[in-house]
Write a protein that binds this ligand. Structure first.
Ligand code: C5P
Length: 226
């Protein structure tokens, strides 16, 4: 019976945040950002182990208390120069079976809910390919020129915003990331092999913390949930 694992790339520096501290360690609701996604993943009874991928010279991990998560949480200090490289390095270090499921989730999405995570697993665990959490685009989309003037309005019909977790068989993801290393998410690499991952409807609450103002919103959501 294939098992389910999670892998959290957390080896970025978060340059768009403009902070000295790497984004994944910025405080949100009394904990480093990274803590919240790890807590949700570790609490899921279907997930065997949660691997967190850190830079080889991560100077912050050991300053926090992760003991609540016990053996279920395994740090791997093998992050790479890009997100895709960090995921690939983590995949190789984790030594999973090729047909095990792997959920890749960004540390920068601290508001993933237990319900969204359980729904993704339920929809995909018997799927041929795997898939991702995503939301249909609600806003009108504008194409801009270099001066921030509208060139035209894009057709948003059938356009979705990709989120994480992204859930694929370990063997497929390994092959995909080795074949297409220049991708910004895992699904793109799987698509490049000719597969069509499933879009599993999520909500905007699972947004990616990218800019300073996102921290406040994440904090509001997480405090309200407590
Ligand atoms: O920068 P961005 O928000 O797109 O990063 C998405 C996720 O990928 C974050 O959790 C970040 O820590 C991780 N990442 C990584 N290794 C890199 C770059 C980003 O693990 N070299």
């Amino acid at each position: 019976m294939p098992e389910i694992f999670a892998l959290v790339p957390a080896a970025g520096c978060g340059s768009r945040m403009g902070s000295g501290l790497p984004k994944q360690y910025l405080p949100i609701a009394g904990q480093p950002m990274l803590y919240h996604a790890l807590a949700t993943l570790c609490a899921n009874p279907d997930i065997n182990t949660v691997f967190v991928i850190l830079t080889p010279d991560d100077a912050y991990w050991h300053s926090y208390d992760w003991s609540l998560f016990g053996e279920k949480l395994q740090p791997l200090f093998c992050g790479g120069a890009t997100r895709a490289e960090s995921v690939l390095n983590g995949l190789m270090a984790a030594e999973l079976e090729l047909d095990d499921w792997l959920l890749v989730h960004d540390a920068a999405r601290p508001c993933l809910s237990h319900k969204q995570l359980a729904h993704l697993i339920e929809v995909l665990r018997d799927d041929e390919v795997g898939g991702i959490l995503a939301v249909p685009v609600a806003d009108t989309l504008k194409r801009a020129d270099a001066e921030c003037r509208i060139v035209h309005t894009e057709n948003r019909e059938g356009v979705w915003q990709a989120q994480t977790p992204q859930m694929f068989r370990t063997g497929l993801l390994l092959q995909a990331l080795q074949t297409a290393p220049n991708v910004t998410d895992d699904a793109s690499a799987v698509e490049a092999l000719g597969f069509h991952p499933k879009l599993v409807t999520s909500s905007y609450s699972n947004f990616k913390v990218t800019y300073p103002q996102d921290i406040e919103l994440a904090e509001l959501l997480l405090v309200q949930r407590k």
